[in-house]
Design a protein. Sequence first.
Length: 246
Amino acid sequence: MRVTRAEMSFSAISPARAVDEIASQVRSMIAEGRLTPGDRLPAERDLSAQLQVSRNTLRGALRTLEHAGLIEMRKGASGGPFVRPGSAGVIVNGLSDLYHLGAISPQQLTEARIWLNDLVVRAACERANDEDLRALDANIEAGVQANDAGRFDERQRLNREFHIILARSTRNPIVAITMESVMGVFGQFIEKIGPSENPYTLPSRRRFMRLLRARDSEAAVAEMSKHLRRLHDHYLARWTEMAAAA
């Protein structure tokens, strides 16, 4: 059900903290259900009048909300600020900033990935359906083709996507978004390391899929953990070499 103009009524705010207060009002409306994904905020002229702020101040607040992933600015005659659906983008950006600032080390990143995959694999063994299994199989085959063609970037993207598909099969959006965020930052780590031979991912994927289909959670977790630890030892060794050279 679409919100009415009465439900989308904004209050005048203090000029001293205008941007923060505008963002706070929008967040409150979303939390209370007065604004939902897909809703369009009032036109710029109307909204600035309700808030009793200048258009420049309003635009600053909208940019803040856009960067926070709460709204998107659409262009055209029917455009304007719209409430966005949920997205992992904000979490990815936050983790990425922490990683680049040095608050998250490569060791901590890889450790978190191993722990998270343990949880994901156990849940996937219970909840993954035939569609999920087909998507995982298709991802593996696409990875084989990318590897045979020497397309390193695509191969790495598909390898990360495998874990995201697996996380989505848990039917838990928090787990899926967390995995997507971790893999997003992990991709930046891999880009810095650069191309390398990876002869053990495909055989491990094949073994893992057999165990997943058999719903053998303990063996599937063991296979995934063994593979990731081996892979991450390789990555961290390369990272250490690069750091020493630098």
